[in-house]
Every structure is written in C-alpha cells, then in structure tokens.
Design a binder for this molecule. Structure first.
Ligand code: GLP
Length: 219
C-alpha cells in the first residue's frame, strides 16, 4: 500500500512475533514468500527492506527518457560512457539504411532514475546530425536539445521490445547479477526525412522497469 518506506528496514523477526503474536516459523515462511514475490529483499548484515515500486516507462510515441522520468516525479540523469565516430557495423547500417562501414556517431550513456542505474542507452546517429553531439553536454536531455536548439521535428519512430540475457559488461554497469534478464528496446527515429536518423538500442533492468503502452485517445 506504499505505507512502508523502501529505505527503512522492516521490523526484526522478534518485533514481528511480538506485534502479531505468531511463531518465528510463520514469520520466516511469510518473509520467504514475500522475497520470492520480489516485494521485499534481504540486505546482508543490515536487514530486510521493501523493494520500491518499479519505474513505469511510457513507451508511446517518441518519448524522451528525461521527459518520461520528470513526468513521474523522478530525476533523470546520464553518465556519458562513449561518444565517438565509428564505421557502422552491419546491424546499425542496416537499420539506418546505410552502407556497412559508413561513418556514424555512437553515444553510449548510462541512464539513472533518481540515484538508481536503470538503463544503458546506445544511440547511433547518421553523421550529418550525430556530429553535432560533440559540441553538446550529453548529461542533459538530447531530445530537448534536438528540438529546442536545432528545431528538429522527431516525426516518426518504429520500435521493438525484446527480452534478452544481459551482457556481462552491461550487468556490471547496471549492477545486476550475471545472466539477469533485461528488456531491450530498439527504436528507429526519423527527423522529418523519409530515412531514419537515429537507431537506438536501450537495455533496461527488467527488475526495476514496467513498460506502459497506450493507444487511442482518452475519450
Ligand atoms: C536516446 C535513447 C532514448 C532516449 C533519447 C532521449 O534516443 N535511446 O531512450 O529517450 O535518447 O533521451 P533524453 O532526451 O533523456 O536525452
């Protein structure tokens, strides 16, 4: 019900036994079930905590991670892991309708929701637009920058959502166990032309994200 704060430990077994007048065995079984359901987690040596609710990520339209987080009252932030020109590998060239090895720009960022590592973003841009990123502060919202500074219209996108096993290097970055399931959101974004400008591959922690899809208008 949202009454228990996720940053305060739950009462100890003894306190719960006294409070509810039930046996230690019953308490242990209840805690075991709650852990299994992912509602609480044990932090070794500190105590047992309520797991905070998952972050709801709106995936309709051409959402900006920053905007979606801010609308949920969550502070978005980004740590830039890589910004470089590179030869387009096959899967990127194919998505951006470019010849293999054509020069493109990759920006790779670790995205935070408040202080929590939530997602690794790999965005591949056609060079004519991607090269502008070298003059920008990429810890801020890139989509806001495209729209307010360059007045690009992000007109159309195609997306896929896929469940995968996290890559070892991504597991380290996201601080999740090896072989954890992750949700990979791929997105092609058009900036008004009939060909795509950005191909993005976002790897989300599946233990902390719920994806929201809305179709049609409210009324
Ligand atoms: C990339 C990411 C998207 C993100 C977008 C803008 O395209 N793949 O997930 O929404 O950047 O994010 P922001 O405006 O927060 O920088």
């Amino acid at each position: 019900r949202g009454e228990l704060k996720s940053d305060e430990p739950l009462p100890s077994e003894n306190e719960l036994m006294k409070k509810y007048n039930i046996s230690r065995g019953t308490i242990r079984e209840a805690m075991r079930l709650l852990i299994k359901e992912g509602l609480i987690k044990r932090v070794r040596g500190i105590g047992t905590f309520v797991v905070p609710p998952k972050i709801e990520h709106e995936t309709n339209g051409i959402t900006s991670f920053s905007r979606v987080m801010l609308e949920s009252g969550i502070r978005p932030s980004a740590e830039v892991l890589k910004l470089e020109s590179m030869a387009a590998p096959f899967h990127v060239a194919k998505a951006l309708l470019l010849p293999v090895d054509e020069e493109i720009v990759l920006v790779k960022r670790l995205r935070f929701a408040n202080a929590e590592r939530l997602m690794i973003e790999r965005s591949y841009y056609r060079k004519e637009i991607g090269k502008k990123l070298f003059d920008e502060d990429l810890t801020k919202s890139i989509y806001t920058m495209w729209q307010t500074k360059y007045h690009y219209e992000l007109t159309r996108s195609e997306k896929t959502l896929e469940v995968k096993t996290v890559l070892p290097k991504d597991a380290k970055l996201l601080e999740i166990p090896k072989n954890s399931p992750v949700v990979v959101l791929r997105r092609l974004v058009y900036f008004g032309e009939e060909y795509p400008i950005e191909y993005a591959v976002d790897t989300y922690r599946s233990d902390r994200t719920v994806f929201k899809f809305k179709t049609g208008s409210a009324n």
